[in-house]
Ligand binder design. Structure first.
Ligand code: NAP
Length: 313
């Protein structure tokens, strides 16, 4: 099988480079043709919409996995057009090109397609109602893919973190090394999900044959917590594993005390019953997944270097 992976340097894209490799011939793109680590790859800037179809036509993949997205949630409020271009128009062009070429498409979406007003986990069929520009652009991307007629799998995930790129875990560890006290929002609830888990489950779903999973599936770690609970867990694991010597105090604050340009869903828990049915195995609890992330960081490489954080004095 020939697989075209778009966005090999993102959090999820980086992990997909590893998990998709055993599936066959893997062709990777980044915006500048360079992979983290220094190797070269194919170039694709999705802002150049006319470059998408020619790349698909030239590579002739059996499967395209799109790990690219405009993910700057707050900036999207003032850059709505750019967010729409990358998250909706580019996936539309990509889906149409895949459909013409007979390739299937795997795409990622977000809990931000929901309003966050629910009190029980969102199923795949729950009504969508994004509260911000980023969520609206991602929802438009989902709809464009469905309309194209391409054979597709859209995996909605949430609260993504990992060893690469900008994410909550790395930010906490960096700030925790610099400050005595951190104030973290405790009234937004979700499912922290490591990029490696998303990449591993993607590869596992692609290996399921007859019938192949298609449509929308929710893919997040099991359980739920707040950003405050997640921060406390990160520091508890980091101290126990001697990644940091002295964790900061983590104070719980309401969202109203941490105003941001974009409104965020207060309740972002996704129901994973369907993906578990396909996988025939449970997904790890978010705390187990966090331990697994530290395991990966500490395997063979300096945790401090991997997490890019200064050592606390
Ligand atoms: N992060 C989260 O918390 C979260 C939550 C829910 C869903 N998701 C979804 O999960 C998927 C993966 O997200 P992630 O966390 O891995 O995102 P990420 O780390 O921000 O990576 C996004 C990737 O998209 C690339 N990209 C952005 N604009 C591009 C353009 N114009 N042309 C080509 N590439 C472009 C980036 O390239 P550069 O490296 O060159 O910038 C980067 O490699 C996305 O669909 C996202 O919407 C993420």
């Amino acid at each position: 099988m020939k697989v075209l992976l778009l966005g090999g340097n993102g959090q999820v894209g980086h992990e997909l480079r590893r998990s998709l490799a055993p599936l066959g011939d893997l062709v990777v793109t980044t915006r500048d043709g360079l992979l983290t680590g220094g190797a070269t790859c194919e170039v694709l800037d999705l802002a150049d919409l006319d470059a998408i179809a020619p790349l698909v036509d030239r590579v002739q993949p059996d499967l395209v996995v799109n790990a690219t997205a405009y993910t700057a949630v707050d900036r999207a409020e003032s850059e709505r057009e750019q967010a729409m271009r990358i998250n909706a128009e580019a996936p539309r062009r990509l889906a149409e090109a895949c459909h013409r070429a007979g390739a299937s498409l795997v795409h990622y979406s977000t809990d931000y397609v929901f309003s966050g007003d629910a009190t029980a986990p969102y199923g795949e069929e729950a009504p969508t109602c994004p509260v911000g520009a980023y969520g609206a652009s991602k929802l438009a991307g989902e709809e464009a893919i469905r309309e194209s007629g391409v054979s597709h799998l859209i995996l909605r995930t949430a609260w993504v973190y990992g060893l690469h790129g900008n994410n909550f875990m790395r930010t906490m560890l960096r700030l925790g090394g610099e400050r005595e006290e951190l104030r973290v929002v405790s009234d937004q609830v979700g499912c922290p999900t490591p990029a490696w888990l998303i990449a591993d489950v993607t590869a596992q779903l692609l290996q399921i044959r007859t019938p192949t999973p298609t449509g929308v599936l929710h893919l997040v770690s099991r359980g739920k917590t707040s950003w405050h609970g997640f921060a406390e867990a990160i520091f508890e694991v980091a101290e126990r594993r001697r990644v940091i010597s002295r964790p900061p105090r983590v104070l719980a604050i309401p969202t109203s005390e941490y105003p941001t340009p974009a409104r965020r869903p207060a309740y972002s828990v996704l129901d994973t019953t369907e993906v578990v049915r396909w996988l025939r195995r449970e997904l790890p609890d978010w705390r187990v997944a966090l331990e697994g992330t530290f395991d990966r960081a500490q395997k063979g490489m300096s945790c401090f270097r991997l997490l890019n954080m200064p050592e606390k004095r």
